[in-house]
Ligand binder design. Structure first.
Ligand SMILES: Nc1ncnc2c1ncn2[C@@H]1O[C@H](COP(=O)(O)OP(=O)(O)OP(=O)(O)O)[C@@H](O)[C@H]1O
Ligand SMILES: [Mg+2]
Length: 235
């Protein structure tokens, strides 16, 4: 399928820990189309973050196929993998993951510095552009601890956007925010979706899932689409 940006086929992932083996993802099949905004639901420990880490090339499956933007990721070298990550994927995490001793502008420069195609002379323009997009143009020189949780998450979204990825992966992006900041962050993610990006959001919050057009649920290691009726009822 041409417009399928994430295609998983028969994907498996297990962890071995003190209690033995843990088959977390079982024969996962999933197709995410370009421009979709999708929620991923499931109980704590069901494998949501594991799945997103595999999709975002931070981890790999034990077996099965993963095609990202039509390319089989198993054929890539570590360098190609990091290029794919940098060019296609923006991450937003529950804990913001900003670097504490760097200013907002310095945090935003980090992904740019990993991209050899972007000249340092262009950093300032790109930083100003993404900060304006998240409504924080006046916070360039602030440190993360001088910002509210909602503002820190907007900086994290700006950082996710700075290399102009077409896919945004969010792991509980509103998990540490109150409902007003949560709405603010979700409106921002919706705006990015309306610009044509593919957005995947792990959430426990029905109000967050309500912003998405589609939802999948992981249960007992298996993934299933939540039917539109069940989805409407749940949110
Ligand atoms: N690196 C690891 N080593 C061993 N087990 C792991 C590892 N990462 C995850 N697991 C196990 O895999 C299972 C799924 O974890 P995962 O973090 O994907 O769950 P989750 O659905 O994101 O949960 P939560 O909603 O609490 O964030 C858990 O049982 C967890 O203990
Ligand atoms: Mg998780």
């Amino acid at each position: 399928m041409n417009n399928c940006v994430i295609a998983l086929a028969n994907l498996n992932k297990s962890f071995v820990n003190g209690a033995g083996g843990n088959h977390v993802l079982k024969q996962i099949n999933l197709a995410v189309l370009s421009g979709e905004m999708v929620a991923i639901l499931g109980q704590s420990g069901s494998g949501k973050s594991t799945l997103l880490s595999i999709m975002g090339l931070l981890d790999s499956a034990d077996s099965g196929q993963y095609h990202l933007c039509g390319q089989d990721v198993s054929t890539f070298s570590a360098y190609q993998m990091s290029q794919l990550r940098n060019n296609h994927i923006g991450w937003v995490f529950q804990n913001f993951n900003l670097i504490a001793d760097m200013t907002v502008a310095e945090n935003l420069a980090v992904p740019l510095s990993f991209n050899p195609e972007i000249k340092p002379a262009d950093y300032q323009t790109k930083i100003s552009y993404v900060l304006q997009k998240v409504g924080l143009s006046d916070k360039t020189a602030f440190y993360p601890n001088e910002l509210s949780g909602g503002q820190q998450q907007r900086v994290a979204i700006a950082r996710a956007l700075i290399c102009q990825p077409d896919i945004i992966l969010c792991d509980e992006p509103t998990g540490n925010l109150d409902s007003s900041n949560s709405d603010n962050v979700m409106e921002l993610l919706c705006a990015l979706h309306q610009e044509g990006r593919t957005v995947l959001i792990i959430t426990h919050d029905p109000a967050v899932a309500a912003y998405c057009q589609k939802a999948y649920k992981i249960h007992d290691g298996e993934i299933a689409e939540v039917s539109s009726q069940e989805f409407k009822h749940a949110v």
